[in-house]
Ligand binder design. Sequence first.
Ligand SMILES: [Zn+2]
Length: 293
Amino acid sequence: MIVASTGMVADLVRAVAGDRADVSALMGEGVDPHLYKPTRSDIARLMRADAVFINGLLLEGKMTDAFARMRDSGKPVVAVGDALPQDRLLSPPGFEGAHDPHVWMDAGLWAQALPAVRDAVTKLDPAGADLYARNADAYAAKLVDLDAYARRVLASIPANARVLVTAHDAFNYLGRAYGIEVRGIQGISTESEAGLKAIEELVALLADRGIPAVFPETSVSDRNVHALVEGAAARGHAVALGGALFSDAMGAPGTYEGTYLGMIDLNVTTIARALGGEAPASGFQGKLTLAQR
Ligand SMILES: [Zn+2]
């Protein structure tokens, strides 16, 4: 049994392990990993697991010590973020000395975690080595396609509207990968409170540049995003509330948006359409149902 912290990490491990492992995530739909505290039953599940996969880079802020203790006790704890090329990690202002943990937002970067996942799963179950290698390669090819789709639809947004304003700073990797300016109301972690000044500055940016939409996130309160819409309206600039993005958690289990591919597809398709770009409502592989959201 393998236990992952977030749904995104569980999805990555599942893509490699296939049917040979029981993979589950501690944090489900709508859960904020920055604030998540493990329950007693979570700790018991982690203790029973053959291996634990986490995002790392301090994303799971309240669980960092628990993971360190497990590693000290000899349990394999694999941090996907640590497996990525360190020179590809961002350290934005206000987050000096640490890396931005939201690495899944760049599909091409996320794919670079696959070799480490494959190797870790193979070490647990050497008999599955061939399958794990094939699965990792097949999934890498899907991520390459998703990355190309994201690049194409986001490139169709008009130059003046290439600004993504969201509830918190989860989208820096998306911004770098696909050439979009990214502004979060809250900082890298949702633990920081958004100041009135930050909201006023963003309202001015929206009005000055004529940005057409801002985006709530499924795992963060949308109070601040509504404040932006109202603030811009008071200045005579109508800003639409774009569809809710999946920042730090995926959609419901069993749905397309409850997979990593569906999560990123929904995000980039929603952003492109709301900011005046072109993207099919059915998304990257025709599986998206934006109309129902
Ligand atoms: Zn976050």
